[in-house]
Design a protein around this ligand. Structure first.
Ligand SMILES: C[S@@+](CC[C@H](N)C(=O)[O-])C[C@H]1O[C@@H](n2cnc3c(N)ncnc32)[C@H](O)[C@@H]1O
Length: 239
């Protein structure tokens, strides 16, 4: 699991001890029970069919996936086990603000809101430039909680207007998966992070370039106190 010589357990990073494992065990036994409403909403959104990708992708050079066409909610969204971890993480850390980009159809956002509602504290700030997908997200998120602000636009263009410095306890970077975008977005995000914030980077094995972005850029930054990988997909860093 370790990607550096810094502390390598996600539970060490989250600083809750092995109590965290009980949550995941419980989720494994009762996945449908714990997150049934979110799973049902994800299924309904997927049934709306494949919807057009945001046109901004067409400008990205040498992307590791097709940058045009359509996608369904199921194709692009966080799975229940990962989402379960997001809810658990919020319940452990009780952040003032969770930031995520992009929202897509609102699936990862529903898991963040599940955690926020469980602790009765916090607010989700989420950003999505695709107006069509943001419409679905708005309804999905509202079905969970009113503790969110969905901005129909990019994170880069809206961060300064919508965020306060030093307030973001958890951030999830899940937009265009290239080193250029992720490094630039992380730099914009950094002043808004609270002390000991957790930053999650999705799809760190999306391409060789994304792997290098995580291993050679992010993890080696001097302000990163600890880092680890969740499964094969998500990088988690304590900043
Ligand atoms: C992989 S999907 C996100 C999935 C979502 N987080 C989930 O797990 O349910 C990536 C999304 O990022 C959006 N996106 C791309 N660039 C963005 C940017 N600069 N700011 C915010 N969202 C962006 C895309 O339109 C797309 O909906």
């Amino acid at each position: 699991m370790a990607t550096t010589d810094k502390p390598d357990s996600i539970f060490e990073i989250v600083n809750v001890g092995n109590g965290g494992l009980a949550f995941l065990d419980d989720y494994e036994r009762h996945p449908k029970g714990t997150f049934k409403a979110i799973i049902d909403r994800t299924t309904q959104t997927t049934e709306a069919g494949r919807r057009p990708l945001w046109e901004g992708y067409a400008k990205v050079k040498d992307y590791a996936r097709n940058t045009t066409g359509t996608r369904s909610a199921k194709q692009v969204s966080t799975r229940p086990r990962g989402g379960g971890f997001f809810s658990w993480l919020v319940q452990q850390r009780k952040p003032e603000t969770v930031v995520e980009f992009g929202t897509a159809f609102g699936v990862s956002g529903m898991y963040w809101l599940h955690g926020i509602e469980a602790v009765g504290h916090g607010h989700l700030m989420t950003y999505e430039p695709n107006t069509d997908w943001a419409g679905f997200a708005s309804e999905n998120l509202a079905s969970m909680s009113d503790r969110f602000t969905l901005t129909n636009g990019t994170f880069e263009e809206n961060a300064a207007r919508t965020l306060k410095e030093g307030t973001v306890g958890i951030a999830f970077i899940d937009a265009i998966h290239t080193s250029e975008f992720v490094n630039a977005q992380y730099k914009i995000l950094r002043p808004y992070l609270a002390e000991n914030a957790i930053v999650l980077f999705d799809d760190i094995h999306f391409s060789d370039e994304m792997r290098a972005c995580w291993e050679d850029d992010i993890v080696k930054r001097p302000e990163i106190k600890a880092s680890a990988q969740l499964g094969t997909r998500v990088g988690i860093a304590l900043v």
